[in-house]
Design a binder for this molecule. Structure first.
Ligand code: ZN
Length: 359
């Protein structure tokens, strides 16, 4: 049986997100959840809008849980008892959408307490979030790593910085390399972003090529570009194809870029995860299955889901892992859900860990 490691989930709650996020009126849903229910009821005649609002409500209900432990407990419903989870916090304070109730330090502290939990602690692999605009960001990352035992770094450039921001290049990445810690970065055209940043600016810092200077300066750093380029680029890869008269057409597609950068072999420590993107299962799973047959790529793809962002989607976490296993077959499923995550996270081989537990 595959011992699943889900390399990408979130447990932060509404108290960690800015008050006016993603737009000013959203504050209403935060303090008066019945409004969303009311809108949904009023839309009952419109089947697809109604089901979307139902999912949006489920998403808000998860976010409104009082603690990260409660959010994690919800994710656990969908996985075997020995599954583990990389939990990615997010510093959303300096992104221009108003104040947060609990800052990043508090979010990290609560996640650390969760790792100490007698029941759920062993299931959690905590990462630390860095936003270079937060005062003391480097010291906070060092505290997470050295004092709290966090196991990796989460960055989200379109929240307002480039991946080669000097603070990251000079202080954060060197510490990751020194300690053998991996990085996960948001890599899709969707998602949240720094207030006022247009699509061009967001894409500039999120795309695979934005990481080239980072990987050139820190070749040992393991970098995972999350979401495998994201929904829009998967859709266009499959549905639009590439203009035969445009020599750069392929290069503009992030799925193509990630494949190319991994398979070319120039960046042996470049990884990707299939979180969120794979929730459009029927559309994308066949292509993923083909990609995984390329050995180099197959060794660099990680299973992740992006819980609880995915509560906005139709399929449950459990439906996704069952379908993945069914479509990819046991061997490829084990590769992306167990073997590859252990390499990426620098965990000991599974037998050694089990023997240590017995001894
Ligand atoms: Zn995510």
């Amino acid at each position: 049986m595959t011992k699943i490691i889900n390399c990408h989930i979130h447990t932060f709650t509404t108290r960690h997100t800015p008050r006016y996020f993603p737009f000013k009126a959203a504050v209403a849903f935060r303090y008066a959840p019945f409004l969303l229910r009311w809108v949904r009821n009023a839309m009952r005649w419109h089947t697809s809008a109604h089901s979307y609002l139902l999912r949006l409500e489920a998403f808000h209900d998860t976010g409104r849980r009082p603690t990260q432990r409660e959010v994690l407990r919800e994710a656990l419903h969908y996985y075997p008892r020995d599954a583990k989870f990389v939990v990615l916090p997010l510093d959303m304070e300096p992104i221009g959408h108003g104040p947060v109730e609990i800052g990043i330090r508090g979010q990290h502290d609560e996640l650390h307490r969760l790792t100490q939990d007698g029941v759920y602690g062993p299931r959690v692999i905590p990462f630390a979030s860095v936003h270079p605009a937060t005062p003391g960001a480097a010291a906070e990352f060092r505290r997470c790593v050295e004092t709290l035992g966090f196991r990796g770094l989460k960055v989200y450039p379109k929240l307002g910085y480039a991946p080669d921001h000097p603070l990251l290049m000079e202080e954060i990445y060197p510490l990751c390399v020194e300690r053998g810690l991996p990085v996960i970065s948001h890599c899709s055209r969707g998602g949240i972003y720094r207030k006022g940043w247009d699509q061009r600016r967001r894409d500039e810092v999120s795309g695979p090529e934005a990481w080239i200077p980072v990987m050139e300066a820190h070749p040992e750093l393991r970098v995972c570009l999350a979401h495998f380029g994201g929904d829009a680029d998967w859709r266009s890869y499959i549905n639009d194809g590439f203009d035969p008269d445009d020599p750069d057409a392929r290069r503009k597609n992030w799925v193509w870029q990630i494949n190319d950068m991994i398979c070319r072999g120039d960046f042996p420590n470049l990884w990707t995860d299939i979180s969120y993107t794979i929730f459009k299962f029927d559309e994308y799973a066949p292509l993923l299955r083909i990609f995984l047959q390329e050995r180099k790529l197959g060794e660099r793809v990680l299973f992740g889901s992006d819980f609880y962002m995915t509560r906005q989607e139709r399929l449950s976490e459990k439906a996704i892992s069952i379908r993945l296993r069914d479509t990819l077959g046991d061997d490829h499923f084990r590769q992306i859900a167990e073997t590859n995550p252990r390499v990426f996270l620098a965990l000991p081989p599974i037998d050694a860990e089990e023997n240590a537990a017995v001894a």
